[in-house]
Design a protein around this ligand. Structure first.
Ligand code: 1GP
Length: 245
């Protein structure tokens, strides 16, 4: 079973939780230890990525350490086409569809595709939609971030991703966002699309995770919260609120 099949099968049973770890923020042994803890808390997969400081080396070392410590699937969540590693189980081959810069929509991907194929990495296509505040990724990617009240625009982008044949859609408020993607936007998008919907950015409490799940997210992503939280009980409660079990 490849990673896409694993994710889709899991999502059929209910909302999944994915933890995002930035290889630039801790050494690979610490990343492995965090992944092990997250596995015990119920996390289904580990995404690896960051906006700056990711190299092929720290990406590969982190993926290997996570795999060894937790056995969870590792998915590269790329911040640029520069760093790639064959040591991840899959890569989200993503287009920031509401960027105003063609580099982030298709040109970065055109530069990386040949290398991804050569390395034999499973690629899972993903339409990446930036919602305000968008944070660093919105700024770097020159996103025309979608306003919280501009629900129709979010639906239009998400449906366009599905019509393009993408595997997944990701509504992203940006890492460290003070406001997550609003539940009304999640449910409106979910109502229109039939491909799985990932939601992330600014989710730090069981209440926010539960709100995303109840609105229709098929996967809830948390990053900053995991880096900062030293309370294992709290970690478990956010994962279980994401999954509803
Ligand atoms: C960022 O959606 C993810 O790409 C996670 O965001 O760091 O705010 O959890 P946080």
């Amino acid at each position: 079973m490849n990673v896409k099949e694993y994710l889709v099968n899991k999502m059929k049973e209910g909302t999944i939780h994915m933890a995002l770890l930035d290889p630039d923020k801790q050494d690979c042994l610490d990343a492995g230890a965090i992944a092990k803890k997250m596995k015990e808390a119920g996390t289904d997969a580990i995404m690896i990525g960051g906006s700056t400081g990711v190299t092929s080396e720290n990406l590969g070392d982190t993926a290997k350490a996570i795999k060894e410590a937790s056995g969870l699937p590792t998915i590269h969540f790329p911040g640029s086409p520069q760093a790639l590693s064959k040591d991840v189980d899959a890569i989200f081959f993503m287009s920031m569809v509401n960027s105003v810069d063609p580099f982030w929509i298709i040109n970065a991907q055109a530069g990386a595709s040949v290398y991804i194929k050569k390395l034999g990495i499973e690629s899972i296509s993903l339409g990446y939609i930036i919602v305000e505040p968008g944070m660093k990724v919105g700024e770097v990617g020159k996103a025309a971030a979608i306003g919280h009240n501009d629900i129709g625009r979010a639906v239009g982008y998400a449906l366009a991703c599905e019509m393009f044949g993408m595997d997944l859609v990701y509504l992203e408020a940006g890492s460290g966002a003070d406001r997550p993607v609003p539940p009304a936007m999640i449910s409106a998008v979910k109502k229109e699309i039939s491909i799985p919907l990932i939601v992330g950015g600014g989710i730090r409490t069981p209440e926010a995770a539960e709100a995303a799940r109840l609105a229709g997210a098929n996967a809830v992503v948390t990053g900053t919260f995991i880096e900062r939280c030293s309370d294992d009980e709290m970690l478990r409660s956010v994962v279980s609120a994401s999954k509803g079990k």
